[in-house]
Design a protein around this ligand. Structure first.
Ligand SMILES: Cc1cc2nc3c(=O)[nH]c(=O)nc-3n(C[C@H](O)[C@H](O)[C@H](O)COP(=O)(O)OP(=O)(O)OC[C@H]3O[C@@H](n4cnc5c(N)ncnc54)[C@H](O)[C@@H]3O)c2cc1C
Length: 516
């Protein structure tokens, strides 16, 4: 097994592309650099297979950066009677939070406010569901010290947890805990880098034009040159675009929208709110506090027809719905003036021949399908279960390799929680880079200009930008601002940060070229 550095950068990309253009045959060619494709690359590479991953744009360019950033315990599947899927989710949540990515995950307290709109009977049913979710946690052996048991809280306790709650008629709340990612895109980057450490060739800006069971014709989007990549097996993990590459794969994308709001203004800091949608029992909006003080308010579920856009947009109808529902539980109703940003993603829902037409049931399952030409497609599922999806996809290719080892394979930066609390770096860096935060912090100590924020009011430091380019495969300022960090979610922040980051990225890229 080739053990290489986990650093991804322009120089490594050029070398990897050259090796493939020269005729190297890889065991597995993976298409798509979202959570599924990066997970497949890691699964295959860590089994000792040679791997190339090609991504048309950037790591986490697609749906994987537009999620709610939750590592679900499977409660909603349990509510639908799908115990198998719920169990799978709870197990995968436990693996991420305790072994593979403790540095990127935290326990998120979630409160269902008990206001007059929620009847006593309804509250009883919700609490029974939360308790069943806790049984799943125990079955998955995730400790209650990490995800505490659900319990009821009084009105004053609910207000202490979420001061922005509507006071009138508040009789308490139902508090439970689930997993939250610091940033979905950072999980994808960590997966890709960990795979690179096992020798995987990770090629962004490399678009597949045609795909077969023995390789792909790709175009290098940076130069326009075309390359034939040869492979013993091919796995299509192109998410909502998977059907563009394999005719037999049919998807029914569904849009989910979020708004970005200011937590201080809303009176929301650490505890999420699960807000029942009036008149729709079992349907909820989510008020999700983030580590940077922002709040993501989601989420819609609307079928989308027609060509798949690169970056989906949020329609005004989704904005109205989200503001209206969240306002039912807040002391100060939200208006459009509260919106700092908005984002939407498309769920890759499966529409396989003979499959149920009820998308709400089917969509969260994943499928591994082999086309007549031998291409294996892995699609559907969700971020939480990427590891299981990846293992199933690699199991489906016809190559001599041992079983998956990713259950106990820590991603770059991972460390036990106790060790993370002793890393010599500010908490903000540790929550984003885990054990690697010490190196990024040290860069700033050696060169104080690197410890400075890139622009006034933006917490991102110059050291993080340099790190993104040298270690995390960022090829331009957009990669840094939209995917290695999420500064770009608020357009006012993006505007302020862009010039300094573009300059820093150019200088760092230049330095890499000179070193090579
Ligand atoms: C609004 C929303 C909220 C969600 N919230 C959660 C959540 O909280 N928790 C959870 O577990 N799940 C959640 N999900 C589900 C989860 O986000 C997705 O299931 C998952 O991100 C899909 O990842 P993927 O890698 O399969 O697809 P993608 O992330 O879309 O990756 C596919 C990649 O393929 C690339 N590609 C496409 N065509 C080509 C080509 N020709 N050549 C090369 N590359 C190509 C694309 O650029 C893209 O980067 C949510 C989904 C949505 C839409």
């Amino acid at each position: 097994m080739t053990q290489r550095t986990t650093a991804l950068n322009a120089q490594r990309r050029a070398n990897d592309l050259e090796a493939l253009a020269a005729g190297e045959v890889v065991d597995v060619l993976v298409v798509g650099g979202g959570v599924t494709g990066a997970g497949v690359a890691l699964d295959a590479a860590s089994r000792g297979l040679s791997v190339a991953l090609v991504e048309a744009q950037d790591l986490a360019f697609g749906t994987s950066r537009w999620s709610s950033k939750l590592v679900h315990g499977g409660l909603r599947y349990l509510a639908k009677g799908d115990v198998g899927l719920a169990h799978e989710s709870a197990v995968e949540r436990g693996i991420l939070m305790t072994r593979t990515a403790p540095h990127l995950t935290r326990a998120l307290p979630q409160l269902v406010p008990l206001l007059p709109e929620v009847s006593t009977r309804e509250a009883g049913l919700i609490y029974a569901g939360l308790s069943a979710g806790d049984v799943l946690r125990r079955v998955a052996r995730t400790p209650s010290s990490l995800l505490p048991r659900p319990h009821k809280v009084s009105g004053p306790e609910a207000l202490a947890l979420a001061p922005g709650l509507r006071r009138e008629g508040l009789r308490g709340g139902l508090l439970s805990f689930d997993g939250q990612l610091i940033d979905d895109a950072r999980l994808v980057v960590a997966l890709a880098r960990t795979a690179a450490g096992f020798g995987a060739r990770i090629l962004t800006r490399t678009r597949v034009l045609t795909l077969s069971g023995t390789g792909a014709e790709v175009v290098d989007e940076l130069t326009g040159s075309q390359v034939d990549i040869q492979a013993r097996s091919v796995i299509n993990a192109a998410g909502v675009w998977a059907g563009n590459l394999v005719d037999s794969v049919r998807l029914r994308p569904s849009r989910g929208s979020h708004l970005v709001l200011d937590g201080t203004r809303m009176g929301i800091s650490n505890t999420a709110l699960t807000v029942p949608v009036p008149g729709h029992f079992g349907r909820y909006a989510l008020v999700l506090p983030q580590a940077d003080g922002r709040v993501y308010l989601g989420l819609t579920d609307e079928p989308v027809d027609g060509p798949i856009p690169d970056v989906p947009t949020v329609p005004e109808s989704d904005v109205d719905f989200l503001l209206e529902v969240a306002s039912t539980v807040l002391e100060h109703p939200l208006t459009r003036d509260d919106i700092l940003g908005r984002f939407a993603g498309l769920r890759p829902l499966i529409d396989l021949p003979g499959a149920s037409k009820r998308s709400a049931d089917l969509s969260r399952h994943h499928a591994v399908v082999r086309a007549p030409n031998g291409v294996v497609t892995v699609v559907g599922g969700k971020l939480t279960t990427y590891r299981k999806m990846a293992a199933d996809a690699v199991d489906a290719v016809d190559l001599p390799a041992g079983p998956s080892t990713t259950k106990s394979l820590p991603l770059v930066g991972a460390a036990p929680r106790a060790d993370l609390s002793t890393v010599d770096a500010p908490a903000r860096l540790v929550s984003r880079y885990g054990a690697e935060a010490a190196t990024i912090h040290a860069m700033g100590e050696l060169d104080p200009t690197l410890a400075e924020p890139v622009a006034p009011g933006i917490p991102l430091t110059a050291a993080e930008v340099v790190w993104a380019v040298r270690q995390e495969g960022a090829l331009d300022a957009a990669d840094v601002l939209h995917r290695r960090t999420r500064v770009g979610l608020v357009s006012a922040d993006l505007e302020v940060a862009m010039p300094a980051v573009a300059d820093l990225v150019a200088r760092t890229l230049n330095g890499l070229t000179q070193e090579a």
